[in-house]
Design a protein around this ligand. Sequence first.
Ligand SMILES: C/C=C/C(=O)SCCNC(=O)CCNC(=O)[C@H](O)C(C)(C)COP(=O)(O)OP(=O)(O)OC[C@H]1O[C@@H](n2cnc3c(N)ncnc32)[C@H](O)[C@@H]1OP(=O)(O)O
Length: 784
Amino acid sequence: MASPSSGTAIIAIADGAPPSKPNPVNALGAPVRQYLYQKLQNAFKDPNIKSIILIGRHDAKGVFSAGADIKEFSGSSGGNVTTSDSGVPTLNDLAHLMESSPKPIVAALTGACLGGGMELALAAQYRVADSTLKYGLPEVKIGLIPGAGGTQRLPRLCGVRHALDVIIRGRINCSAKEGLKCNFLDGLASDGEYVLECALRWAGWASVLPASTLDARRLCYKSVPADVEGMSNDDMCDFALQSIPTAEKGGESAQACLKAIRASFELPSFKDGVEAEKNLFNDLLYHSLQGRAYRHIFFAERSASSSTSSKKVSNALKQGRGIIGVIGAGTMGRGIAISFLRAGYGPVTLVDVNEKGLEAGVKYIISTLEGEAKKGRIHPSKLDSTKSSLKSSTDLSELADCDCIVEAVFENLNIKREIFSKLNTICKKPTALLLSNTSTLDVDAIASSLSPSRRAYCAGMHFFSPAHIMKLVEVIRGKDTSPETLNIICGVSKRIRKVPVVVGNCDGFVGNRMLHPYSSESTLLLAEFGGGEKGLTVADVDGAIGNKYFGMAAGPFLIFDIAGNDIGYNIRREKGLVRDPKTGKVGPNRKAGMRYTELADEMVVNLGRVGQKAQKGWYNYDMTIGKGRKPLPSSEMQELIDKYSMTSPNRGKKIDRDEIVSRVLFPLVNEGFKILEEGIASNPSDVDIIYLYGYGFPAFKGKPETWISFNMLPNLMLDIHSGGPMFWADNYVGLPNILKKLEDLHRLYPGSEYFKPSDLLRKCVDVGLGVQEYYNTKGMKSKL
Ligand SMILES: C/C=C/C(=O)SCCNC(=O)CCNC(=O)[C@H](O)C(C)(C)COP(=O)(O)OP(=O)(O)OC[C@H]1O[C@@H](n2cnc3c(N)ncnc32)[C@H](O)[C@@H]1OP(=O)(O)O
């Protein structure tokens, strides 16, 4: 569209998307690129046009652009950046066209201006913005580098310091103020001014300047400036190199970003730099599994959060308003209350029958909120009102007016049912959400203590400890839970900054159910291969599974000790598996031939080794060493393992770390397949999200502490390169390998049902597809 008065063509990115395909973030997919290219060429040719404005939307609302259409990267072409396919211009073509424009182009920036969007802005001759602007180059977080000249133009415009900060950290939050300071922006719309007016002003000025000024605005002709603080560009890159993870530890894309930035000042010309960037980009796009994992997680997180099966509903709770009740002032209840308070909900009433526990809970919540304010996570001006939103009571009837109640008392079905039946009469609002933070119990059994009309509003909302820190929430759909309720819970979860995943109702739901074979097999490994002088130890298993080798945040035994070994024992007792300590009778559900070791039971019952809280579990702990958290070897446990492995033919035999990984993790993956088969999870990517955000499935992190220098704050967390257990199985191990190993193990140990390969796994191997591909191509419908 041309503005006839000014001779300025206004080109809106949003206009390029076909109406049939919503494009909420103005992603630069093929039709958009084609449209922009055409419009730009038309404007170049039109003698009445003297200048051009590139804007997100004509009304200057919403985002400028979130960059390349990431969905296009999942195909084989990668054509949207560097390789022209089917005649559609690439992002590089577009950037080049803009930079070589015969008429000045002003990029008018609002909202998100990210990745390829920012690279187009860099190719414009002028950039203006309003205060809503958030710019950045987040490609590193999806396993890529900026590939449309961003690594070459940004250092030329703003210097290597800012380029390193923005590109290697993958920032998405650079403000307009910062942009002005570091030279990214030329102008800022004044308060109340429409960014388009500001852009028109700049376009008017630019169009009357002599043609030579246009060349001076083309970044390709500029060289990279010296650092404002006097450090050499080379030294800054060396410094950054020390701080980023190695390629093996999740840093492939960060390493490539650094190389590309170096190329901007080391190579003789801009053209050479762009060529180097293109090669690095293509190498990552086509060959990096880490990158594919990052992109998988980007979409997995969003599709899980959208609670696919639910009808969209508007509700005040989803907008962050509502009266909240949290029952139980223990660790979980405290974390849940903090999450709601921090997000601005209120009042939030914490209820506990135990007055002392309640007092301690309130104290903890207040001091955590104060700590969060100090760290800038709560605006200081909101701290007082946030704190005063917290109420507490020992009386359940204080929750009468609540819109949403989360029960977080300990895992006892009778107690939970009793609470819900009281809520049934206490709650005045018939549509109040009544949610249980259970990790294993039957949500339908809990809901059945409510009157039938309330059951549609009842579901599980399983937080992970510590609840104010962990991102995951399993949303458990009971048989009567309505789709609207699920939709509201997902909306609320997002408000409190969680990633919700809707799952079905079964023992342990998704996460804890998959953990069962993982836990059992870890212990059975000790009873089989432990003992003697050189037998397998607790530390060997943790070493193989934990962050020294496979990369789980911590190995299974350390986690058992942190969580409390009595919890595992109680669960096994509830399941009728443990021996009765009084009668000596074996639990009724321990069937003949079932593979089982009493090692983990005896350590709790006879030795009181319940974990860190008792300073003894699988390891010993000493309050004077590492605040009582450092795992130390225990001779008592070694003796116990010795006893249990006495009759094993493999006693004292060493097994290597890969064998440990496959024995412990393949059955976990197999359970994931069974869960999908039963419709307990609706997509393999949901299982991945649960394991990444709830269980620390391989998390290789950068070293944040080394980032605290030249403005680099510690937020580079490249911690998802495994992509989750199902992605790992599909892409790192290969399903045929998993199937073969499980078959071998099941033959060897018929008493372990979890080694029996799932039918879905066999099906995938038969048709030669990974499970994610199988779901994508077969269009599997959610059973939830
Ligand atoms: C050479 C150049 C390479 C590149 O440019 S690579 C791409 C670089 N850009 C990015 O990595 C930006 C990724 N996007 C984001 O960080 C966030 O999104 C935003 C900050 C832009 C917005 O966040 P929020 O408001 O929370 O919305 P939301 O749920 O994340 O996204 C809304 C919908 O937009 C889709 N989407 C977002 N960015 C892209 C993209 N770049 N390509 C394709 N789709 C995108 C999502 O998936 C989702 O979709 P659904 O509503 O269907 O769940």
